[in-house]
Design a protein around this ligand. Structure first.
Ligand SMILES: [Mn+2]
Length: 271
């Protein structure tokens, strides 16, 4: 029986899944992966959250299913590359190895269908740019955990009231001046890094802030995360890149949620 896929792309980039943490949106990711067909999949770091698991292990069946899905995709012929991040840095010592058809690499130079070269890396390599900012302490640390916990309660309440999902973490990032400045500093560092590496652009995650930028001929694409934004970066068969928000079509969401999720990206995204 032939299966119908809703998403068919040449290349897919996802990161910051944080399996093992209670903030991981594994069900949404599984629903997306089940509807996806692609030739190549990049797992751009923080796939397993070893840091969170040191504090408390949260590993429901869905987290196993995500790992199994990655392995079965590889078995079915998808070229899967895993680039460990800072939360799963333990796996960095296995760079160059292959596990069940999944290649592990520290970073990858990737050629697009248009013939451009992109550097694919997790992104904690750019932390120096935001080292002294609040955002840095925030990402993956206690404060971020606190915001995410509060975020959960807010949304339990909102759901009871029949209101759509709303991200406190996203609100903080777009409305707190220091967070905003840190994100800009990170973007600048990313563009600069790509320029110095002599590539056409950078593809990363880490920031939990999906965006597509192009400045002076250099691109910066951030694929987002699966703890709040639930986004994937995809390359279509013409070599064009897009940021996908699969949950918008997976959950029965209202128009307001669609607008809310799209608006912060729209301003920065390029067609
Ligand atoms: Mn990270």
């Amino acid at each position: 029986m032939k299966r119908k896929y809703d998403y068919h792309y040449k290349t897919v980039f996802i990161s910051d899944v944080h399996l093992g943490s209670r903030h991981c949106k594994a069900e949404q990711l599984l629903a997306f992966l089940k509807r996806l067909r692609c030739e190549q999949l990049f797992l751009v770091g923080d796939i397993v959250d070893v840091w969170a698991m040191h504090k408390r292990v949260h590993w429901p069946q869905a987290h196993n299913n995500v790992l199994r899905k990655f392995l079965s995709m590889a078995k079915q012929g998808v070229k899967v590359t895993y680039i460990p991040g800072n939360h799963d840095a333990n796996f960095r010592e296995f760079c160059g190895a292959e596990f069940g058809l999944i290649n592990i690499a520290r970073d990858v130079r990737f050629e697009t269908e248009m013939g451009e070269t992109f550097l694919v890396m997790h992104g904690d390599e750019l932390d120096f740019a935001v080292r002294y900012s609040r955002l840095n302490r925030w990402l993956g640390d206690a404060a971020y955990d606190g915001v995410m916990a509060l975020n959960r309660w807010i949304n339990v309440l909102r759901e009871r009231l029949g209101w759509p999902y709303w991200s406190l973490a996203k609100w903080v990032k777009t409305n707190v001046a220091q967070a905003d400045a840190a994100i800009r500093a990170y973007h600048d560092a990313g563009l600069d890094y790509a320029r110095r590496q002599g590539v056409d652009g950078l593809i990363c995650g880490h920031l939990h802030y999906p965006s597509m930028l192009k400045r002076a001929g250099v691109s910066y694409y951030n694929d987002g995360d699966w703890v709040e934004n639930c986004t994937a970066l995809v390359q279509d068969f013409d070599g064009k890149f897009h940021l996908l928000h699969p949950t918008l079509t997976l959950l029965s969401t209202s128009e307001s949620l669609a607008a809310e999720l799209k608006s912060p990206l729209k301003s920065e995204s390029i067609a």
